[in-house]
Ligand binder design. Structure first.
Ligand SMILES: NC(=O)c1ccc[n+]([C@@H]2O[C@H](COP(=O)([O-])OP(=O)(O)OC[C@H]3O[C@@H](n4cnc5c(N)ncnc54)[C@H](OP(=O)(O)O)[C@@H]3O)[C@@H](O)[C@H]2O)c1
Length: 329
């Protein structure tokens, strides 16, 4: 299995990472989990070669980081590429409300002081002395409030201190990528990138990142499980009116995208793989050097997803799958 670089950081890792948003629990991800099972899922990921573990303070309002910290007690730290995020917080109010999560108002704050506090808190929860990648989670809509130069300088200082090894930014525009690169060394961006999205909805940040030597990590490739084969043309979706439901086959084309996998049954046969594995392998083919970040709650899901590490998708099949997706528009 060939490793991919994370920008110019010198860190190399297999293309598939594990996201721990769902493991944090809470209403945004459909409820809480059995933490012992979550720890086992993270251990299984690393055993299977999924070495990049991604978390964030906001996932389960610190709970994901705490569970990842528990898992790290049972894993050789040097085997793990650990990323977490900064810039979303609920210690105090700021002018930029991000969203209310399970009754807690979460704000954006990309000031140097906030970033440094975020990192110290994350290191404590994760039980480690360094992060491999620190992402800014969501960007400020007002750079006058949190100048990019201050944000990047704070991250560069953390890097000089050995507290982080690589700088990342998430949910960025092309202009912001250039801004980060102007003030420091940006190694990776984390962007929503789903193979089933039509071309005009795919992140426009990826081409400029590539030109600047910045890696891309694609999140939510499975559309939170919808692209694993769970949604068929017969699946019914609850509608606004109580008691009514619409089968996927009669939904508008945009919503039907999540059922596009039903055309690829012959390919799961050809590669002797599951639909989740096929979709992950396709995602990895979409952009050269793309890192793919899949969430999972259980060891079974992790084992399934890890199977994608050994699939070698033919170019012709990847092209066909892209056409199939684009045809549903
Ligand atoms: N930077 C950002 O703003 C941002 C935003 C979103 C996500 N992320 C990161 O990206 C990671 C991945 O994104 P995601 O969690 O949104 O979506 P995803 O990878 O598209 O989907 C993950 C979900 O799909 C289901 N699943 C996974 N593997 C499966 C399998 N083999 N078979 C059946 N179901 C399976 C599980 O949900 P169920 O168990 O509920 O079915 C799992 O929680 C997150 O965990 C997080 O680390 C970052």
């Amino acid at each position: 299995m060939e490793n991919l670089n994370i920008g110019r950081s010198g860190i190399e890792v297999p293309f598939l990472g594990m996201g721990t948003w769902a493991i944090g629990g809470g209403s945004l991800v459909g409820g809480d989990n059995d933490d012992a099972l979550s720890v086992k899922a993270i251990q299984t990921a690393v055993e299977q070669g999924i070495r990049w573990i991604d978390t964030a303070p906001i996932y389960g309002l610190y709970h994901s980081e705490t569970v990842v910290g528990e898992a790290l007690k049972h894993i050789d730290r040097d085997k793990v590429v650990l990323s977490t995020k900064c810039g979303l917080e609920w210690r105090h109010e700021t002018p930029v409300l991000h969203k209310v999560v399970d009754g807690t108002a979460v704000y954006r704050d990309l000031s140097a002081q906030s970033i440094i506090e975020d990192v110290e808190d994350s290191l404590r929860r994760l039980g480690t002395d360094h992060l491999d990648v620190l992402y800014t989670h969501w960007q400020s809509p007002d750079l006058g409030l949190y100048p990019l130069e201050e944000t990047v300088e704070a991250m560069m200082k953390l890097k000089e201190q050995g507290k982080i090894r690589a700088i990342g930014a998430s949910n960025v525009t092309a202009d912001l990528i250039r801004g980060y690169c102007r003030y420091g060394q940006l190694d990776v961006i984390q962007e929503k990138y789903r193979p089933a999205d039509p071309p005009h909805r795919k992140s426009s940040s990826c081409p400029p990142a590539g030109e600047l030597g910045v890696s891309v990590q694609a999140y939510s490739p499975l559309e939170q499980g919808l692209l694993t084969g769970k949604v068929t043309m017969e699946t019914t979706f609850p509608r606004a009116a109580p008691g009514t439901a619409t089968p996927a086959s009669s939904l508008p084309a945009g919503s039907r995208r999540w059922t596009c996998w039903h055309k690829w049954d012959d390919l799961t046969g050809k590669y002797d793989c599951t639909m989740a594995q096929l979709v992950i392998a396709l995602t990895a083919r979409m952009i050269p050097g793309l890192h793919v970040l899949c969430g999972a709650r259980t060891p079974e899901q992790v084992l399934d997803n890890a199977g994608a590490l050994s699939i070698k998708l033919d170019g012709a099949d990847a092209v066909r799958m892209k056409w199939d997706v684009d045809a549903i528009s």
